[in-house]
Design a protein around this ligand. Structure first.
Ligand code: ADP
Ligand code: TRP
Length: 330
Protein backbone atom coordinates (compact mmCIF):
# COMPACT_ATOMS: atom_id res chain seq x y z
CA UNK A 1 0.00 0.00 0.00
CA UNK A 2 1.21 3.47 -0.76
CA UNK A 3 2.49 5.49 2.17
CA UNK A 4 0.22 8.30 3.24
CA UNK A 5 1.87 11.67 2.78
CA UNK A 6 0.82 14.52 5.05
CA UNK A 7 3.06 17.24 3.71
CA UNK A 8 4.08 17.41 0.09
CA UNK A 9 6.52 20.03 -1.11
CA UNK A 10 7.53 21.05 -4.58
CA UNK A 11 9.08 24.10 -6.25
CA UNK A 12 8.20 25.55 -9.64
CA UNK A 13 10.97 27.81 -10.85
CA UNK A 14 9.62 31.10 -12.26
CA UNK A 15 11.74 31.20 -15.40
CA UNK A 16 8.97 30.81 -17.98
CA UNK A 17 7.52 33.85 -19.60
CA UNK A 18 4.67 32.05 -21.35
CA UNK A 19 3.58 28.61 -20.29
CA UNK A 20 3.21 26.00 -23.02
CA UNK A 21 1.50 22.65 -22.62
CA UNK A 22 4.92 20.94 -22.19
CA UNK A 23 5.64 23.08 -19.11
CA UNK A 24 2.12 22.58 -17.83
CA UNK A 25 2.08 18.79 -18.07
CA UNK A 26 5.59 18.56 -16.70
CA UNK A 27 5.35 20.84 -13.68
CA UNK A 28 1.88 22.07 -12.82
CA UNK A 29 -0.32 19.05 -13.57
CA UNK A 30 1.74 16.53 -11.54
CA UNK A 31 1.55 18.83 -8.50
CA UNK A 32 -2.24 19.03 -8.86
CA UNK A 33 -2.52 15.26 -9.44
CA UNK A 34 -0.49 14.51 -6.34
CA UNK A 35 -2.63 16.88 -4.31
CA UNK A 36 -5.72 15.04 -5.54
CA UNK A 37 -4.18 11.70 -4.72
CA UNK A 38 -3.61 12.76 -1.11
CA UNK A 39 -6.68 14.84 -0.28
CA UNK A 40 -5.69 15.32 3.36
CA UNK A 41 -2.13 16.45 2.73
CA UNK A 42 -0.89 20.01 2.95
CA UNK A 43 0.65 21.05 -0.36
CA UNK A 44 3.56 23.45 -0.29
CA UNK A 45 4.13 24.52 -3.88
CA UNK A 46 6.57 27.33 -3.45
CA UNK A 47 8.18 29.48 -6.11
CA UNK A 48 11.97 29.34 -5.94
CA UNK A 49 12.58 32.85 -7.23
CA UNK A 50 15.95 32.80 -5.45
CA UNK A 51 16.91 29.94 -7.78
CA UNK A 52 15.62 31.81 -10.82
CA UNK A 53 17.94 34.71 -10.09
CA UNK A 54 20.92 32.56 -11.11
CA UNK A 55 19.62 32.80 -14.71
CA UNK A 56 17.10 35.59 -14.95
CA UNK A 57 18.23 39.13 -14.25
CA UNK A 58 15.15 41.02 -15.42
CA UNK A 59 13.42 42.43 -12.29
CA UNK A 60 10.06 42.88 -14.02
CA UNK A 61 10.02 39.24 -15.14
CA UNK A 62 11.25 37.85 -11.86
CA UNK A 63 8.36 39.63 -10.16
CA UNK A 64 5.65 38.94 -12.73
CA UNK A 65 6.55 35.27 -13.39
CA UNK A 66 5.80 34.31 -9.77
CA UNK A 67 2.41 35.97 -10.02
CA UNK A 68 1.69 34.15 -13.28
CA UNK A 69 2.71 30.73 -11.94
CA UNK A 70 0.53 31.17 -8.89
CA UNK A 71 -2.35 32.16 -11.12
CA UNK A 72 -1.76 29.11 -13.35
CA UNK A 73 -1.93 26.86 -10.34
CA UNK A 74 -5.17 28.39 -9.14
CA UNK A 75 -6.64 28.44 -12.65
CA UNK A 76 -5.75 24.73 -12.86
CA UNK A 77 -8.06 24.12 -9.92
CA UNK A 78 -5.48 24.14 -7.15
CA UNK A 79 -7.54 24.72 -4.02
CA UNK A 80 -6.23 27.90 -2.33
CA UNK A 81 -7.33 26.47 1.02
CA UNK A 82 -4.98 23.51 0.79
CA UNK A 83 -2.05 25.02 -1.03
CA UNK A 84 0.67 27.19 0.42
CA UNK A 85 2.29 29.09 -2.44
CA UNK A 86 4.95 31.69 -1.76
CA UNK A 87 8.19 33.12 -3.08
CA UNK A 88 11.26 31.65 -1.41
CA UNK A 89 12.62 35.20 -1.09
CA UNK A 90 9.73 36.04 1.26
CA UNK A 91 10.94 33.48 3.78
CA UNK A 92 14.39 34.50 5.10
CA UNK A 93 14.98 31.06 6.64
CA UNK A 94 15.74 29.68 3.14
CA UNK A 95 18.81 31.90 2.91
CA UNK A 96 19.75 31.31 6.55
CA UNK A 97 19.63 27.55 6.21
CA UNK A 98 21.53 27.68 2.92
CA UNK A 99 24.41 29.43 4.67
CA UNK A 100 24.48 26.78 7.38
CA UNK A 101 24.27 23.89 4.91
CA UNK A 102 27.04 25.38 2.78
CA UNK A 103 29.39 24.95 5.72
CA UNK A 104 28.57 21.24 5.71
CA UNK A 105 28.89 20.80 1.95
CA UNK A 106 32.33 19.64 0.85
CA UNK A 107 33.66 21.32 -2.29
CA UNK A 108 33.80 17.83 -3.81
CA UNK A 109 30.09 17.41 -3.14
CA UNK A 110 29.23 20.64 -4.98
CA UNK A 111 31.69 19.93 -7.80
CA UNK A 112 29.92 16.64 -8.47
CA UNK A 113 26.63 18.33 -9.36
CA UNK A 114 25.52 18.19 -13.03
CA UNK A 115 25.20 21.91 -13.75
CA UNK A 116 28.71 22.60 -12.49
CA UNK A 117 30.23 19.52 -14.15
CA UNK A 118 28.58 20.33 -17.49
CA UNK A 119 29.89 23.89 -17.42
CA UNK A 120 33.41 22.65 -16.71
CA UNK A 121 33.23 20.01 -19.44
CA UNK A 122 31.99 22.58 -21.95
CA UNK A 123 34.71 24.96 -20.85
CA UNK A 124 32.10 27.47 -19.69
CA UNK A 125 33.29 28.01 -16.16
CA UNK A 126 33.50 31.76 -16.74
CA UNK A 127 29.75 31.88 -17.26
CA UNK A 128 28.99 30.40 -13.84
CA UNK A 129 28.13 32.53 -10.83
CA UNK A 130 28.44 31.45 -7.22
CA UNK A 131 24.66 31.27 -7.03
CA UNK A 132 24.67 28.56 -9.69
CA UNK A 133 27.43 26.68 -7.91
CA UNK A 134 25.48 26.76 -4.64
CA UNK A 135 22.10 26.15 -6.36
CA UNK A 136 21.80 22.55 -5.07
CA UNK A 137 22.49 23.67 -1.50
CA UNK A 138 19.72 26.28 -1.66
CA UNK A 139 17.44 23.57 -2.97
CA UNK A 140 18.41 21.30 -0.07
CA UNK A 141 17.47 24.14 2.30
CA UNK A 142 14.10 24.56 0.54
CA UNK A 143 13.43 20.86 0.99
CA UNK A 144 14.62 20.40 4.57
CA UNK A 145 13.02 23.48 6.13
CA UNK A 146 9.47 22.20 6.00
CA UNK A 147 9.77 18.63 7.30
CA UNK A 148 7.99 17.45 4.17
CA UNK A 149 7.18 13.74 3.66
CA UNK A 150 7.35 13.79 -0.11
CA UNK A 151 9.09 15.96 -2.69
CA UNK A 152 8.20 15.36 -6.35
CA UNK A 153 10.92 16.53 -8.75
CA UNK A 154 11.80 16.17 -12.43
CA UNK A 155 14.46 13.66 -13.51
CA UNK A 156 17.03 16.43 -13.89
CA UNK A 157 16.57 17.35 -10.22
CA UNK A 158 17.06 13.87 -8.77
CA UNK A 159 20.69 14.52 -7.91
CA UNK A 160 19.73 17.67 -5.99
CA UNK A 161 17.15 15.72 -4.00
CA UNK A 162 19.81 13.18 -3.11
CA UNK A 163 22.15 15.94 -1.96
CA UNK A 164 19.41 17.21 0.37
CA UNK A 165 19.17 13.75 1.94
CA UNK A 166 22.94 13.49 2.20
CA UNK A 167 23.14 16.84 4.00
CA UNK A 168 20.27 15.87 6.30
CA UNK A 169 22.15 12.70 7.20
CA UNK A 170 25.36 14.64 7.83
CA UNK A 171 23.74 17.11 10.21
CA UNK A 172 21.66 14.45 11.93
CA UNK A 173 24.77 12.36 12.52
CA UNK A 174 26.61 15.34 13.91
CA UNK A 175 23.87 17.00 15.98
CA UNK A 176 21.01 14.57 16.63
CA UNK A 177 17.74 14.24 14.70
CA UNK A 178 17.35 17.71 13.21
CA UNK A 179 15.89 16.83 9.83
CA UNK A 180 13.30 14.45 8.46
CA UNK A 181 14.21 12.38 5.38
CA UNK A 182 11.55 13.09 2.77
CA UNK A 183 10.79 10.70 -0.05
CA UNK A 184 12.16 12.21 -3.25
CA UNK A 185 9.65 11.21 -5.92
CA UNK A 186 11.18 11.37 -9.39
CA UNK A 187 8.65 12.07 -12.09
CA UNK A 188 9.97 9.40 -14.47
CA UNK A 189 6.67 8.89 -16.20
CA UNK A 190 6.24 12.42 -17.50
CA UNK A 191 7.48 12.04 -21.04
CA UNK A 192 8.74 14.81 -23.26
CA UNK A 193 5.88 16.54 -25.02
CA UNK A 194 6.59 17.00 -28.75
CA UNK A 195 6.11 20.35 -30.44
CA UNK A 196 4.29 20.87 -33.73
CA UNK A 197 7.48 20.07 -35.67
CA UNK A 198 8.08 16.81 -33.76
CA UNK A 199 11.06 18.09 -31.74
CA UNK A 200 10.71 18.65 -27.97
CA UNK A 201 8.17 21.39 -27.40
CA UNK A 202 10.27 24.37 -26.41
CA UNK A 203 9.96 28.12 -26.53
CA UNK A 204 13.41 28.24 -28.16
CA UNK A 205 12.18 26.14 -31.11
CA UNK A 206 9.03 28.21 -31.69
CA UNK A 207 7.03 24.99 -31.92
CA UNK A 208 4.82 25.35 -28.87
CA UNK A 209 1.12 25.09 -28.20
CA UNK A 210 0.56 27.77 -25.59
CA UNK A 211 -1.82 27.51 -22.67
CA UNK A 212 -3.19 30.90 -23.79
CA UNK A 213 -3.52 30.33 -27.51
CA UNK A 214 -6.94 31.30 -28.83
CA UNK A 215 -9.14 29.00 -30.92
CA UNK A 216 -7.86 30.34 -34.24
CA UNK A 217 -4.21 29.94 -33.24
CA UNK A 218 -4.87 26.45 -31.88
CA UNK A 219 -6.45 25.43 -35.17
CA UNK A 220 -3.46 26.79 -37.10
CA UNK A 221 -0.98 24.98 -34.88
CA UNK A 222 -2.85 21.67 -34.94
CA UNK A 223 -2.81 21.80 -38.74
CA UNK A 224 0.96 22.36 -38.63
CA UNK A 225 1.70 19.20 -36.60
CA UNK A 226 3.98 16.97 -38.62
CA UNK A 227 2.63 13.54 -39.49
CA UNK A 228 3.93 10.54 -41.44
CA UNK A 229 2.76 9.74 -44.93
CA UNK A 230 0.89 6.58 -43.98
CA UNK A 231 -2.34 5.98 -45.89
CA UNK A 232 -5.72 6.12 -44.17
CA UNK A 233 -6.29 2.38 -44.50
CA UNK A 234 -2.90 1.34 -43.09
CA UNK A 235 -2.33 0.59 -39.40
CA UNK A 236 -0.23 3.16 -37.55
CA UNK A 237 1.91 3.09 -34.45
CA UNK A 238 0.39 5.71 -32.11
CA UNK A 239 3.62 6.09 -30.13
CA UNK A 240 5.40 7.32 -33.24
CA UNK A 241 2.74 9.89 -34.06
CA UNK A 242 3.20 13.50 -32.90
CA UNK A 243 -0.55 14.13 -32.83
CA UNK A 244 -1.08 11.11 -30.59
CA UNK A 245 1.77 12.08 -28.29
CA UNK A 246 0.06 15.43 -27.72
CA UNK A 247 -3.56 14.32 -27.59
CA UNK A 248 -2.86 11.52 -25.09
CA UNK A 249 -2.22 14.18 -22.45
CA UNK A 250 -5.87 15.15 -22.62
CA UNK A 251 -7.49 11.72 -22.78
CA UNK A 252 -9.10 9.59 -20.09
CA UNK A 253 -7.87 6.02 -19.84
CA UNK A 254 -10.76 4.62 -21.86
CA UNK A 255 -10.55 7.35 -24.52
CA UNK A 256 -6.85 6.58 -24.83
CA UNK A 257 -7.45 2.85 -25.21
CA UNK A 258 -10.09 3.46 -27.89
CA UNK A 259 -7.84 5.79 -29.84
CA UNK A 260 -4.87 3.41 -29.67
CA UNK A 261 -7.05 0.62 -31.03
CA UNK A 262 -8.10 2.80 -33.92
CA UNK A 263 -4.50 3.66 -34.77
CA UNK A 264 -3.50 0.02 -34.72
CA UNK A 265 -6.37 -1.07 -36.95
CA UNK A 266 -7.15 1.05 -40.00
CA UNK A 267 -9.24 3.85 -41.37
CA UNK A 268 -7.96 6.50 -39.10
CA UNK A 269 -7.04 9.64 -40.99
CA UNK A 270 -4.67 12.22 -39.58
CA UNK A 271 -7.31 14.83 -40.35
CA UNK A 272 -9.71 13.02 -38.06
CA UNK A 273 -7.27 12.72 -35.19
CA UNK A 274 -6.23 16.35 -35.61
CA UNK A 275 -9.88 17.44 -35.39
CA UNK A 276 -10.15 15.36 -32.23
CA UNK A 277 -7.06 17.05 -30.81
CA UNK A 278 -8.47 20.48 -31.65
CA UNK A 279 -11.71 19.67 -29.82
CA UNK A 280 -9.79 18.37 -26.80
CA UNK A 281 -7.56 21.46 -26.70
CA UNK A 282 -10.58 23.76 -26.73
CA UNK A 283 -12.32 21.70 -24.07
CA UNK A 284 -9.29 21.78 -21.81
CA UNK A 285 -7.76 25.20 -22.44
CA UNK A 286 -10.74 27.53 -22.76
CA UNK A 287 -12.10 27.03 -19.20
CA UNK A 288 -8.54 27.33 -17.92
CA UNK A 289 -8.06 30.58 -19.83
CA UNK A 290 -11.37 32.01 -18.57
CA UNK A 291 -10.54 31.11 -15.02
CA UNK A 292 -7.03 32.56 -15.39
CA UNK A 293 -8.34 35.81 -16.85
CA UNK A 294 -10.86 36.14 -14.01
CA UNK A 295 -8.13 36.33 -11.38
CA UNK A 296 -6.40 39.67 -10.96
CA UNK A 297 -2.72 40.16 -10.20
CA UNK A 298 -3.75 42.04 -7.04
CA UNK A 299 -5.61 38.97 -5.75
CA UNK A 300 -2.55 36.85 -6.33
CA UNK A 301 -0.25 39.32 -4.59
CA UNK A 302 -2.60 39.24 -1.59
CA UNK A 303 -2.63 35.41 -1.58
CA UNK A 304 1.17 35.26 -1.81
CA UNK A 305 1.43 37.60 1.15
CA UNK A 306 -0.96 35.50 3.26
CA UNK A 307 0.77 32.26 2.36
CA UNK A 308 4.19 33.73 3.14
CA UNK A 309 2.95 34.28 6.69
CA UNK A 310 2.06 30.58 6.96
CA UNK A 311 5.41 29.53 5.48
CA UNK A 312 7.31 31.87 7.78
CA UNK A 313 5.56 30.37 10.78
CA UNK A 314 6.76 26.89 9.87
CA UNK A 315 10.22 27.88 8.68
CA UNK A 316 11.10 30.27 11.49
CA UNK A 317 10.36 27.58 14.08
CA UNK A 318 12.51 25.13 12.18
CA UNK A 319 15.42 27.50 11.78
CA UNK A 320 15.50 28.09 15.54
CA UNK A 321 15.74 24.32 16.04
CA UNK A 322 18.59 24.15 13.52
CA UNK A 323 20.42 27.12 15.02
CA UNK A 324 20.25 25.42 18.40
CA UNK A 325 21.62 22.22 16.91
CA UNK A 326 24.64 23.93 15.33
CA UNK A 327 25.28 26.06 18.42
CA UNK A 328 24.10 29.55 17.41
CA UNK A 329 21.63 29.61 20.29
CA UNK A 330 20.55 27.67 23.33
P1 ADP B 1 11.51 25.57 -22.72
O1 ADP B 1 12.17 24.30 -23.23
O2 ADP B 1 10.25 25.90 -23.43
O3 ADP B 1 12.50 26.72 -22.66
P2 ADP B 1 11.86 25.41 -19.92
O4 ADP B 1 13.25 24.92 -20.07
O5 ADP B 1 11.66 26.80 -19.41
O6 ADP B 1 11.06 25.25 -21.27
O7 ADP B 1 11.01 24.37 -19.09
C1 ADP B 1 10.95 24.30 -17.71
C2 ADP B 1 10.72 22.88 -17.32
O8 ADP B 1 9.59 22.31 -18.03
C3 ADP B 1 11.95 22.06 -17.64
O9 ADP B 1 12.57 21.60 -16.47
C4 ADP B 1 11.48 20.94 -18.51
O10 ADP B 1 11.87 19.67 -18.00
C5 ADP B 1 9.96 21.06 -18.56
N1 ADP B 1 9.59 21.00 -19.97
C6 ADP B 1 9.78 21.96 -20.89
N2 ADP B 1 9.38 21.59 -22.09
C7 ADP B 1 8.89 20.34 -21.95
C8 ADP B 1 8.35 19.39 -22.85
N3 ADP B 1 8.22 19.64 -24.15
N4 ADP B 1 7.96 18.21 -22.36
C9 ADP B 1 8.10 17.92 -21.06
N5 ADP B 1 8.64 18.76 -20.15
C10 ADP B 1 9.03 19.96 -20.60
N1 TRP C 1 15.48 23.23 -8.98
C1 TRP C 1 14.10 22.93 -9.26
C2 TRP C 1 13.86 22.98 -10.77
O1 TRP C 1 14.66 23.55 -11.50
C3 TRP C 1 13.19 23.89 -8.56
C4 TRP C 1 13.29 23.80 -7.09
C5 TRP C 1 13.96 24.63 -6.25
C6 TRP C 1 12.70 22.77 -6.28
N2 TRP C 1 13.81 24.23 -4.96
C7 TRP C 1 13.08 23.08 -4.92
C8 TRP C 1 11.93 21.65 -6.56
C9 TRP C 1 12.69 22.26 -3.88
C10 TRP C 1 11.54 20.83 -5.49
C11 TRP C 1 11.92 21.15 -4.16
O2 TRP C 1 12.88 22.48 -11.24
Amino acid sequence: MMKKYEKILTGIKPTWVQMHIGNYFWAVKPAIDLANQFPDAQIITFIPNMHALTQLKDPQRIYQNSINITKWLIASWADPERYVIFNSSDVPAHAQLTRILMCYTGMWMAERMHAYKDAIQKNQKDRLNLGTFAYPVLMAADILLYDADAVPVGKDQKQHGELALELARKLNNAHGEVFKYPKIIVKEDVATVPGVDGRKMSKSYHNTIGMFDDAKTLMKKVKQIKTHSIQVDEPKNPDECNVYNIIKLFLSKSEDEDLRKRYLKWWLSYKEVKDYLYTKLLEYLLPFQHHYNDISDEEIVAYLKQWAVVANEIASKKIIEIEKAVGFRR
